[in-house]
Design a protein around this ligand. Structure first.
Ligand SMILES: [Zn+2]
Length: 422
């Protein structure tokens, strides 16, 4: 069996059909059960029956984390988004505070991700996510149980205790943050173990923290741990996961993902970067169009693993850190990625404006002299376009050492009439 279920390899049209049905059903139920959603549609003079496809979604507002906090503060505990008739088995909190009624036990939350990472019945998994009040520990636990794995609920125990559990229980997989796994490995080494030889831990599924490419390389090459990334938000559950190809994250079958321009609220063209906006199909919490604040883009080409869902191209950064150039977002994270490829140079982006056009200048501080900069320039420009989807207009080579400090990676020199106040 290659897939968690047969939803994962439906044709694009079949999936679209299923999604449209679920969407209409959730809108209909939400209008009847959620006081907030009903008020929202009535104020917008929207007939719930008129919201049938993803395209109709643009008529609804995007709800950010901060507006959700405000809604819940004004109307505790759930801001009127919930179904008062639904049986809720537990309520989680996340910083804000935000209160979240737990989704139905029938929802395969995180199970697709663990399945795609190769975790199966008989595996013994250390779950180092916190179980205390927040959704993480218990929902990841549920996903692992759903595919039959045995879970050690170690939560936030000390790294020394985690080492002991890995050793004593023959743990062969880990789920938690990448930084915590690294500190567990370091602790094991401090205790005199050879992590690769003495332990059976060969697989790790990470969430809640970005997995830096260098750290991934260390896990995989030095410690022979196969690593996978999972992506979600506590308000909407799991959103996307990595398959064995490790080229993008498959969007879960239980969510609807839109990529929108946070300034206009419109859906961007496929392949362009924008805010990840998520709606989770469920009948308990009617949070339509939750704005995660994360930036990404959709990969809509087929994945060799056979799953037909579109993929998210990782997370390019957070909206607040992004600078928009000719309609596209550039983030410090993307520059970091470019930096990793060309590590003999340092980069800085300067965005300026000449009459009506944005100009993107890439400043380069070469750490060593290179006889021929034209090949380097072409390669950097090509990679920059691939990562940021924006063309470099000018490349300026600086004196070596000029960008050695902690200069800002992106400088926006454009002035806007409404900002300068004339
Ligand atoms: Zn795949």
């Amino acid at each position: 069996m290659h897939f968690f279920d047969d939803k994962e390899n439906l044709s694009i049209n079949e999936r679209q059909h299923r999604i449209n049905l679920q969407l209409s059903e959730m809108v209909r139920l939400g209008y009847h059960k959620s006081t907030r959603f009903r008020r929202m549609l009535d104020e917008l003079k929207l007939d719930p029956a008129a919201i049938k496809t993803l395209r109709d979604f643009v008529k609804l507002p995007v709800i950010s984390r901060s507006s959700l906090i405000e809604f819940e503060m004004n109307e505790p505990p759930f801001g009127g988004f919930h179904n008062p008739d639904a049986e809720v088995d537990r309520i989680f909190t996340s910083p804000g505070p935000i209160y979240e009624p737990h989704l139905s036990e029938n929802d395969p939350l995180w199970a697709r991700a663990y399945f795609a990472a190769g975790i199966r019945k008989g595996d013994v998994v250390l779950n180092a996510f916190s179980y205390h009040m927040v959704a993480a520990g218990l929902t990841f636990h549920g996903g692992l149980r759903r595919i039959g794995a045995t879970v050690i609920p170690s939560g936030t125990s000390s790294s020394q205790h985690q080492v002991q559990l890995i050793r004593d229980m023959g743990v062969n997989a880990y789920t938690g943050t990448p930084s915590f796994l690294m500190s567990i490995i370091k602790k094991a080494e401090e205790m005199g173990h050879d992590f690769k030889k003495d332990f059976r831990l060969k697989r790790a599924c990470f969430a809640a923290e970005p997995l830096e490419p260098l750290l991934r390389k260390t896990f995989e090459e030095e410690y022979a741990i196969d690593t996978y990334q999972m992506y979600g938000a506590t308000e909407v559950g799991d959103v996307a996961f990595e398959c064995r190809e490790k080229k993008g994250w498959h969007i879960c079958e239980e969510v609807l993902v839109e990529i929108i321009d946070p300034e206009t609220g419109k859906q961007v063209h496929p392949g362009d970067n924008g805010e990840v906006v998520v709606t989770r199909f469920n009948n308990i919490f009617f949070l339509f169009r939750f704005g995660t604040g994360d930036l990404s883009r959709i990969i809509n080409t087929p994945c060799p693993c056979g799953r037909t869902s579109f993929r998210l191209d990782g997370i390019a950064g957070r909206i607040g850190d992004a600078v928009k150039v000719r309609g596209m977002f550039i983030t410090p994270n993307q520059l970091k990625k470019i930096q990793e490829k060309f590590h003999n140079a340092k980069f800085q982006v300067v965005v300026s404006r000449s009459t009506h056009e944005d100009i993107l200048t890439l400043k380069v501080d070469m750490r060593q002299d290179s006889a021929d900069t034209s090949v380097f320039e072409r390669e950097v420009k090509e990679y920059f376009k691939e990562i940021c989807t924006v063309r470099v207009d000018h490349m300026v080579f600086l004196e070596p050492g000029i960008l050695e400090g902690d200069e800002k990676p992106i400088i926006d020199q454009r002035t806007w009439s409404n900002k300068v106040g004339h």
